[in-house]
Design a protein around this ligand. Structure first.
Ligand code: ZN
Length: 101
């Protein structure tokens, strides 16, 4: 399935869930299953995994039903990312010298 079709199906599923009053599933890492943090920092990679340091595109995450434990873990990882967005993801994605600012 192409990424475009996968994205279209995901949007339709999200609309159906919203109409049923269900919360959206949580995006989790295909590698380590940690909750992913959404970011616009990297072109073409809309999610970062603070757990394993990998970057993922819009259609890559595994949709996972939200639980109180998963929500708590998300808040913990988001706070860590917001405080200091560093790690393997940044080292691997940014060319030496930064992004040309
Ligand atoms: Zn991960």
């Amino acid at each position: 399935m192409s990424d475009e079709i996968k994205a279209f199906v995901m949007v339709l599923a999200a609309i159906a869930r919203k109409q049923q009053g269900k919360p959206a599933p949580m995006a989790t890492c295909p590698n380590c299953r940690e909750p992913l943090i959404g970011t616009l920092r990297f072109r073409g990679k809309e999610f970062v995994c603070v757990g394993c340091g990998r970057l993922w595109g819009f259609v890559d995450p595994i949709p996972t039903e939200s639980t109180p434990e998963l929500e708590a873990r998300y808040r913990e990882l988001k706070a860590k990312w917001d405080k200091e967005p560093t790690g393997a993801a940044l080292a691997a994605s940014e060319p030496p010298g930064g992004e040309g600012t």
